[in-house]
Ligand binder design. Sequence first.
Ligand code: IDP
Ligand code: MG
Length: 140
Amino acid sequence: MAVTRTFSIIKPDATRRNLTGAVTKMLEDGGLRVVASKRIHMTKDQAEGFYAVHRERPFFNDLVSFMISGPVVVQVLEGENAMQRNRDIMGATNPDNAEPGTIRKELAESIEANSVHGSDSDDNAKIEIDYFFKPEEIVG
Ligand code: IDP
Ligand code: MG
């Protein structure tokens, strides 16, 4: 299986509870390597642009407000089949439906404040990585 990259965000509910390390350890234990990482506080424009695909969803405004409610940690993760591997480590969107041992089951507060974002395809991973990182900020 090919080594690929995906994009991750440690969301404000997790940074607020000082869980950056706990989340990162679960990613690393699951076989992913952090090859880029920075802590940022997203602007409203940045968050709206990032979630533009969800613009018509009823939860869009709340989601943007949540994502700018505190700092986040944006990361590029590398590993075998990184996108799917990360989705498996994250668990289902709603923590009530997530498998035991996943980040969302163990750490998330709610379906919205669900601790992590992960790209949902290799194409979107590339778009999302490019949205937050310059090539020279990624060191594998
Ligand atoms: P994903 O993060 O598992 O890929 P998406 O459907 O892409 O899930 O939704 C993006 C984000 O929007 C979720 O991670 C969550 O924070 C939020 N979200 C999704 N569905 C709901 C909902 O029904 N109510 C409130 N927030 C939601
Ligand atoms: Mg998604």
